[in-house]
Ligand binder design. Structure first.
Ligand code: GDD
Ligand code: MN
Length: 401
């Protein structure tokens, strides 16, 4: 990108300025690091080479390393023409995403560029990301591998490419509107205007911080710049299968942020419970049990299945307000009350309101389902304000959501 070398913030001739991209403000480069000591020197060197002197810049490392990365940063920062900060975290809350949010909160510039510490994201693109954002008056500029001029050359191996492609497709399918205009929501390389950042709404969980930002912060104008995903300079990727699971939980959490979406997920999980229920019924009757007790037992199997999925996927963050046996008891009570309530409700609708058996059953199914969802939220997973969980060690119940 070519820029005129005026001092940032200085107003030039308005007629000239209209034709030129406006001068970008300062930039804070946030780099999350986890055992990246072998990359620091080269990274700072390339940032120094890339960022022109008229673009005021600072670098904030947010570090969760167990190796000597912070010491290496202190040493290498001595020769840098810009300020370098290290925020070392004792507890890596939220993983990579949590680290990035910490760094963004500490940033003082108009623009924040987030980039990996292993040189897979070329530092030479930093000025262009900011300049494009200024020119397009955008809140967010995504460096994308999937638009013309970009590529994922450095993504090692067919397996990683397949996973990355699958994850991108799934994510775009789940958030068609929020991710409109973002071809690469999995990218970890982007620039965000500080005024577009609403850090307090973010709940980062693992690697996909851009997705978190796009869905929850929703910056108004979004543009993209192509980039070539490079090979790692030194060291190894920190991504694991566990990180993959964390990504799926992140997706579910984002998708079920509204009560309506949660109810749909609750219904889908409930429907999946038919499988263990029917398998259980088949096995128990096969073992010679009378079908009535078999029905009751098999139903509990379905309830247990639903409970496990709902705890893992839907209310994972809201479990600590009650002890597990308290939650199991309440959940099972609600699930069984649903069955017990349905028949008298159908009788009421048919006898008192003169409905046909079929519409009455359909209405009763919907009503008891909604009641069960609302009941489960309110009676099992609603945070109890200001209460300390009895005997829960040092961990206290959170007062808010
Ligand atoms: N502070 C901190 N805490 N940093 C972390 C953590 C953590 O728990 N985990 C990873 N990092 C840092 C790494 O040190 C590196 O600088 C950067 O985050 C990316 O980690 P890698 O392990 O190199 O990730 P990757 O190459 O598999 O994934 C990259 O590609 C994805 C797209 O395919 C990253 O750029 C992702 O952001 C991107 O989504
Ligand atoms: Mn990497």
């Amino acid at each position: 990108m070519s820029h005129e070398s005026t001092v940032p913030g200085e107003l030039g001739d308005p007629a000239v300025r209209a034709a030129e991209p406006p001068e970008p403000g300062a930039v804070t480069i946030v780099v999350p690091t986890f055992n990246e000591s072998g990359n620091i020197r080269e990274l700072l060197h390339r940032i120094t080479e890339s960022v022109p002197s008229r673009l005021p810049c600072e670098v904030v490392f947010v570090d969760d390393s167990a190796d000597d990365t912070p010491e290496v940063i202190f040493r290498e920062a001595q020769d840098c023409p810009f300020p370098v900060t290290v925020l070392h975290r004792e507890e890596p809350v939220g993983g990579l995403g949590g680290a990035v949010v910490e760094g963004m909160k500490a940033a003082g510039s108009d623009w924040i560029v987030v980039m990996d510490g292993d040189l897979q994201h070329p530092p030479s693109l930093v000025p262009e990301l900011v300049a494009t954002g200024e020119r397009a008056n955008a809140g967010l500029v995504v460096a994308s591998r999937y638009i013309k001029g970009g590529s994922r050359a450095g993504l090692a191996g067919g397996y990683r490419i397949a996973v990355s492609r699958g994850a991108t497709w799934l994510t775009k399918t789940l958030f068609p509107r929020r991710l409109r205009g973002i071809s690469d929501p999995m990218s970890g390389f982007f620039a965000i205007r500080r005024s577009a950042l609403t850090a307090e709404v973010l709940q980062p969980l693992g690697y996909k911080i851009l997705l978190e930002l796009a869905v929850r912060s929703r910056p108004r104008e979004v543009t993209e710049v192509p980039f070539v995903f490079q090979e790692r300079f030194a060291g190894q990727s920190k991504s694991t299968a566990q990180e993959g699971m964390r990504f799926l939980r992140h997706l579910v959490g984002l998708r079920t942020a509204s009560a309506l979406a949660r109810m749909v997920a609750f219904g889908l999980i409930g429907a999946s419970g038919f499988v263990p229920n029917l398998v259980g019924l088949w096995a128990l009757t096969k073992l010679g049990l009378h079908y009535v007790p078999a029905e009751i037992l098999a139903n509990q199997l379905g309830v247990a299945w639903n409970f496990l999925l709902i705890e893992q996927l839907l209310f994972r963050e809201r479990r600590r307000h009650r002890r597990w046996w308290d939650r199991v008891g309440r959940f099972a009570l609600l699930a069984n009350a649903d069955l017990v309530l349905r028949i008298p409700l159908i009788a009421l609708l048919v006898d008192r309101f003169g409905m046909g058996a079929l519409p009455a059953t359909a209405l009763a199914l919907v009503l008891t389902f909604v009641l069960r969802f609302v009941g489960t939220e309110a009676l099992v997973y609603l945070p109890r304000r200001g209460r300390v969980r009895p005997g829960g060690g040092s961990r206290t119940a959170r007062g808010t959501m």
